[in-house]
Design a protein around this ligand. Structure first.
Ligand code: AMP
Length: 283
């Protein structure tokens, strides 16, 4: 398995592979890998000849008061896990390599970046779309695999790729969960024992919403009340947002229509750790 630390080396390798007619699959990550990340790697292995994983804790997607400095890192462990999955190359650049002195170019997807994650973290998606476009230019993939875990992020990236005409196929893979239903996340290590026990409320709430909708409930106010009550049951967390949104636009409908797919989105704070989850709801 190769490890590239500069954009130039990464581009050269990808150009060579493209010349040999190889299809490149790419999985961008911030490292501290878990089975969720590894399921994306498996998907890339299935669809492409060459799998490249990037590990980069991207400073531009963190606000000054967020956890950039504390974000968990363990490159050696990540390297071992990726070797076991037969990954061909890791792109592991430094922040100075990506954002050298004088850097001043940003990519912004205007509308679907505004709400939910965009409202809670106003500069976040601008950082995400900027780094993903830089990584796409460094790795030159045919396919890029993202997780449904970050549903809004996946939609923002799809929109960017469509609008900027990248010609890269975006694949979105389902959420990997712990046995009790908590969505896997590198940030779960921040949780105390009590918070970890109560963190299953995210998945439980989404499942309760799914059940009520299946039973015919289409009144959004009633559904929001149910969510507030459920999250209100826990002591160590507080609701940041819950919403049911249209799949493509991420707009909230006035009411739920029959035979339609929506995303139910939830974010809950446990002290300064904010956990996300979502579920596809079919009415
Ligand atoms: P991150 O390292 O948190 O930036 O995540 C890198 C990629 O892994 C993103 O596309 C995430 O959506 C995806 N991912 C994170 N957690 C999970 C999970 N539990 N299941 C599936 N994919 C995930």
């Amino acid at each position: 398995m190769l490890i590239f630390r500069t954009v130039e080396e990464m581009q050269q390798y990808s150009e060579e592979q493209r010349c040999f007619g190889k299809k490149i699959g790419f999985v961008p990550t911030m490292g501290f890998l878990h089975d969720g990340h590894l399921s994306l790697v498996e998907k890339a292995n299935q669809v492409a000849d060459i799998t490249i994983v990037s590990i980069f804790v991207n400073p531009t997607q963190f606000a000054p008061d967020e956890d950039l400095g504390n974000y968990p890192r363990d490159f050696e462990r990540d390297e071992t896990l990726l070797k076991e999955k037969n990954v061909d190359a890791i792109f592991y650049p430094t922040a100075d390599e990506i954002y050298p002195k004088g850097y001043q170019t940003y990519v912004n997807v205007e509308e679907i970046s505004k709400q939910y994650e965009g409202a809670s973290r106003p500069t976040h998606f601008r950082g995400v779309t900027t780094i993903v476009s830089i990584l796409f230019n460094a790795v030159k993939p045919h396919f890029a695999v993202f997780g449904q875990k970050d549903a809004q992020q996946a939609s923002v990236i799809r929109k960017m790729v469509e609008n900027l005409k990248y010609g890269i196929e975006i694949i979105v893979e389902p959420i990997k969960r712990e046995e009790d239903g908590l969505a896997m996340s590198s940030r779960n290590v921040y949780l105390s024992k009590e918070q970890r026990e109560e963190s299953i409320i995210l998945n439980r709430t989404l499942l309760a919403v799914e059940k009520t909708v299946k039973e015919g409930e289409i009144n959004l106010d009633t559904i929001y009340k149910l969510v507030e009550n459920k999250v209100g049951e826990i002591k160590t967390g507080r609701l940041d947002y819950f919403s049911i949104v249209e799949q493509d636009s991420f707009n909230e409908p006035e009411h739920l229509e029959e035979n339609k797919k929506y995303f139910a989105l939830i974010a809950v704070f446990f002290d300064s750790t904010r956990l996300l989850d979502n579920l596809i709801i079919i009415t």
